[in-house]
Unconditional design. Structure first.
Length: 276
């Protein structure tokens, strides 16, 4: 649930309703109700995170917003209680100090909400046309933040050591791999990608499984997985469509039995007539 864009304002709304229920229907004062609401909200967030982990950054954002919301509710209710106790002696509804704190956090939440919407959906087109640089007809400017694309070889030492061992095995195996497009690739058009694999002595590496993924560095949602077909011993081909022009990163994997040969490379895709 925390992955949804509407979950955060919905959670704040539920927090406000629960606070009002406790404040109006129980003998609790504002600060006590705010503490109870904060504890309930954080407990619910952690339980939901255990069921569907949203990431540490998202969890931290939810915890911060819900805690600050409860804090603001406590400030507002405490100011109201002080005014009621003062009676006619003090007609001010809200002291300027707490008012500044409330205004600051409301503005902060509004700004964060705008940034979250932009990261998920991009800038509205009129705003993008005004703020972003002009682009050619065959190019587009993407203002959506797709998230990070991590290379996790060193995330865990065991995985990194396994990767180093695989590289040593590849070097000792001595497979020769040639790869490329039969024609210059254009965005949005089917193009044939070919891979030829031979042993160190030139013999064809037949009956292998050849596939991989073309990764878009600027937007991982455009990544294109593929698998090639062996058309003759050691020669593998497939028809692929890369949607956008520019640089693409290739992760190519060749498997035969328990043998794995992995290659990383880059390719450039031209702008086709049908490309946006």
């Amino acid at each position: 649930m925390l992955q949804s864009l509407l979950a955060l304002p919905l959670g704040v709304g539920v927090e406000v309703l629960v606070f009002l229920a406790l404040y109006r229907l129980t003998p609790m004062n504002g600060r006590q109700a705010a503490v109870i609401v904060a504890m309930l909200a954080i407990t619910a967030v952690f339980i939901d995170s255990l069921l569907d982990w949203p990431g540490a950054d998202v969890l931290a954002m939810y915890v911060a917003v819900l805690l600050v919301s409860a804090y603001l509710l406590g400030i507002i209710s405490s100011a109201r209680e002080q005014r009621q106790r003062a009676g006619a002696k003090d007609q001010r509804w809200f002291h300027w100090g707490p008012a500044i704190i409330v205004i600051f956090f409301v503005a902060l939440f509004a700004l964060d909400g705008v940034l979250v919407v932009i990261s998920k959906q991009g800038l509205p087109q009129p705003v993008a046309d005004r703020l972003l640089p002009k682009q050619h007809k065959s190019e587009t400017v993407n203002s959506v933040f797709p998230g990070v694309v991590a290379r996790d070889f060193q995330k865990k030492e065991s995985l990194y050591n396994a990767y180093l061992e695989q590289v040593k095995q590849q070097q000792a195996r001595g497979w020769q791999v040639s790869k490329g497009w039969l024609e210059k690739p254009l965005a949005g058009r089917p193009e044939v990608f070919q891979v030829r694999v031979t042993e160190r002595d030139g013999a064809a590496v037949a009956f292998a499984t050849v596939g991989g993924v073309f990764q878009r560095p600027s937007d991982s949602r455009l990544d294109q997985s593929f698998e090639l077909v062996e058309i003759e011993p050691g020669l593998y081909r497939g028809e692929l469509v890369l949607p956008d022009p520019g640089m693409w990163q290739l992760v190519l994997q060749i498997r035969r039995g328990d043998q794995l040969h992995e290659i990383h490379a880059e390719t450039s895709v031209g702008a086709g007539e049908s490309a946006p």
